[in-house]
Design a protein around this ligand. Sequence first.
Ligand code: HEM
Length: 510
Amino acid sequence: QQYWSKRNVKTGRTVPFFGDNFRIILGKESSSEMFQRIYNKVQNVRYIGIYQFLTPVLFLKSPELMKQICVKDFDHFLNHKGYLPDGVDELWSKNLVGLKGQSWKNMRSVLSPTFTSSKMKSMFTLMCHNAELFSQHFMKKTGNVTEVEFKDAFTRYTNDVIASTAFGLQVDSLEDKNNEFYLMGKEVSELSSLRRKLVVFAYQLFPTISTFFRIPMFGKKIKDFFINLVKETIKIREEQNIKRPDMLGLLIQARKGQPSGEHTSDVKEVSFAVVEEHLAMTEAARSLSDMDIASQVFVFFLGGFETVSTAMCFMAYELAVNPNIQKKLIEEIDQNKPQKEPPTYELLCNMTYMDMVVTETLRKWPVTIATERVVTKPYVIEPKLPGEKPVHLEKDTLILIPTFAIHRDPQYYEHPEKFDPERFSPENRKNINPYAYMPFGVGPRNCIGSRFALLEVKAVFFYLLSNFEIIPVEKTVIPLKTSRTSLTLTSENGFTMGLKKRELSKLSCS
Ligand code: HEM
């Protein structure tokens, strides 16, 4: 692995940053800042060799190389890192994010039909219902302006959406603040950031000791809650022959070998941000255990709870500090809002400016600041630029894709700090390098929940901006500072803004 040896530092090709990892632990720098610093350190290269503690990592800079690794030669780079050895924590390693090789391929083909446009259409009604409740909750407040901590509010909305679309449970976490489902979700996300940080670092720094003690990512309480919830729900549904269009229902159907329906839809794709994928249902579905199903539903819960609500917060912030953009979005909503009829899935998917705003939010604030691949079969990156030598990648080498840094590179986005939805107008989007825009990752291992997430965001802003303007208040910190203590991209000072009532307009959902 001469590529990572210190001798290469002077060539400007290798950045050993063992010490940098501790800056993250001590909260001196956020992960997004660190990756951006490394990205900008060396110019005119396609990749940089770095260290994650003691592990050599290939840090990619070139979008073409990302395409080569994540799409063209994907078979050599099938897996995510996973961090925990197999068998230590089933909720973690048996879910889609953690599964490896053929097991991942099987599970992905079972799950993909759950997220097609036609399935999203049936989940849309459930989402809309929650978006309407969300807006109504704040309409009931007295006074013209209500100060809102958006992270808390949006997390409650995404919690309720996942409760209904994954488990078929109706909860209203804004009204019923301490419902069990919400409290458990909060515990998962709070525990997951603190505990995940410690567990991930422990496995990297002390792999032998951590593996010996089999430190799990999630505690027994969380594990029991999810497994029991899934088992109970499956039992009731099977006994009473209940069929529902939620994720659990679709997985139960898949296990019984009943196809979940074709995926074609005559509706325009839900967003520019969605990555295309090919679908195939396999026999693997028939062998799903209750634990397999619980692990999948659990990861939908994790994905749905944190990432989506954070993306919504960044969008709310950008709208508050860019009133002209908000005005244009409100105009589009008002023009499209049916007089009496409820908004339809088609209507939301066809709102061009809404899509531009969401797409730009995820460009400037890609909640998942980086993604990774692990080398599953040895691979050689052939030289292309002057001075390059072949890079021999051994099995298990980690490849890092620094999404945040790429999205902020002026080479791909002029004035990257500026929030400018026009970058993604129908005329301009063809100029975007598709491998320089990847909030949902890239290639066959991209985010399976992207359609779901985008619809959820669009539904809540449709209802919210039908009734309110989002405005800065005294507590709103401008410009926003990103947190240095969180592993994920978020604001240091929370997301407090105001909701100012517009004239009241009643909406309902089909
Ligand atoms: C704005 C919200 C979201 C963002 C920014 C996001 C981002 C991502 C990214 C970057 C990846 C890794 C992709 C790669 O390695 O190429 C990923 C994977 C994944 N996401 Fe999301 N995600 C979001 C919402 C969701 C939701 C709502 C769900 C489920 C309901 C979900 C489920 C998953 C799963 C299961 C994977 C693993 C896919 C696989 O390994 O095959 N995500 N997501």
